[in-house]
Design a protein around this ligand. Structure first.
Ligand code: SAH
Length: 342
């Protein structure tokens, strides 16, 4: 049996050929599966023999939702995967539409000191179907279209890029979820090799880079990946990405009180980024249990913001969604009494 949610349109067509069916049947199956959200092949306008073959060879691997926490701005979904592992996804309810924050790994090995997800070691990458399953469940649950995706839940997406690219292909399928590439943003802690790979792929989505410090020395104290990739290498890759795909790059910057929020840091950041087609997304730090950091006070955040602005850098402040259900950035952490997480 093959999990249909794990197949890109081309792979589905190939599988149909293997089964002795016309590959063009994919053009009937995909809109039903991703547009009408069907899980019953017998509803399709196909011969009985074909329907029996489909039912006998494909299944719908949607993960089980074991908990949903609801708030005004964001809902958090906890999913149990077929092997008993847990992941989370967040539905962010903006006035301009619904955006889903998707997880890409069970746990994360990046070890950023300020992030709750990173306290769980990575157990494994998610499959294509497990990423599709997150948006399939939420789409079914809300009953309306999903307008955008943030590939920035638990995990480092560029460590699981092959699967993430296939997931993006399915999310974009026009008669299905139909989520345009300009409405998909992938966030990375700065895996340089992956940035080049994504730049050269057929799905160059919006790129966000978690920078969080204006120099390597400081960055190394909060993000272990800084020992592997320097800021200079990250900036070079970001310029390549931006020029190749004509995109503005986002640099994320979390405000950690007394750590990376000084005027000097803001000045250095402005100097570093001024040659780039980019903007800075300032993120309020969201504390989690036992965290060693505090969020910078409001006046400090505004002071930092002003310095960037005065130096001609585009700046946005990430709207804080979902903090009341622990669904804000850095708070995603599969809970649910899974002993693997203790
Ligand atoms: N691994 C990817 C995507 C997941 S995190 C990455 O590192 O970019 C998504 C964003 O939330 C990143 O910018 C991350 O640095 C930020 N983040 C992590 N912990 C946070 C916290 N406690 N408060 C605010 N933002 C946080």
């Amino acid at each position: 049996m093959t999990d249909i949610y794990g197949l890109t349109p081309v792979k589905l067509a190939d599988r149909l050929t293997e089964l002795g069916e016309k590959p063009s049947r994919a053009g009937i199956i995909l809109p039903a599966v991703y547009g009408d959200l069907t899980t019953d092949f017998s509803a399709l306008p196909l011969r009985n023999e074909t329907i029996e073959k489909l039912s006998g060879n494909f299944f719908f691997g949607e993960p089980e939702c074991v908990k949903k926490l609801v708030s005004d701005t964001a809902d958090k979904y906890l999913f149990r995967l077929s092997d008993g592992n847990f992941i989370e996804s967040v539905l962010m309810k903006h006035e301009f539409g619904n955006n889903v924050c998707v997880s890409t790994q069970v746990g994360c090995n990046m070890g950023c000191r300020f992030c709750a997800s990173g306290r769980l070691r990575k157990i494994r990458d998610l499959t294509v179907s497990e990423m599709v399953g997150q948006i399939m469940h939420i789409r079914r649950d809300i009953g309306v279209k999903i307008n955008g995706l943030s590939i920035m839940g638990i995990g480092e997406p560029l460590e699981n890029l092959a699967n993430v690219l296939e997931f993006i292909e399915i999310a974009q399928y026009p008669k299905g979820f139909d989520i345009g590439i300009k409405h998909i943003t992938l966030s990375t802690c700065g895996i340089v090799t992956g940035i080049y790979e994504l730049a050269d792929s057929s799905s160059p989505v919006n790129l966000a880079v978690s920078l969080h410090a204006p120099d390597d020395e400081l960055r190394k104290t909060i993000m272990p990946t800084a020992n592997k990739y320097s800021i200079a290498e990250i900036i070079k890759a970001a310029i390549y990405y931006s020029e190749k795909n004509n995109r503005r790059i986002t640099f994320e910057y979390v405000m950690l009180d007394g750590v990376n929020d000084s005027d000097e840091c803001a000045g250095k950041l402005a100097a570093l980024l001024s040659p780039l087609n980019c903007y800075v997304n300032i993120i309020r730090y969201n504390p989690s249990d036992g965290s060693e950091f505090k969020c910078s006070p409001h006046e400090r955040i505004m002071g930092f913001y002003d310095i960037l602005k005065k130096n001609g850098i585009g700046v946005t402040m990430r709207r804080e969604l979902g903090a009341s259900v622990n669904a804000a950035c850095g708070q995603l952490r599969a809970e649910a009494g899974n002993t693997k997480y203790k």
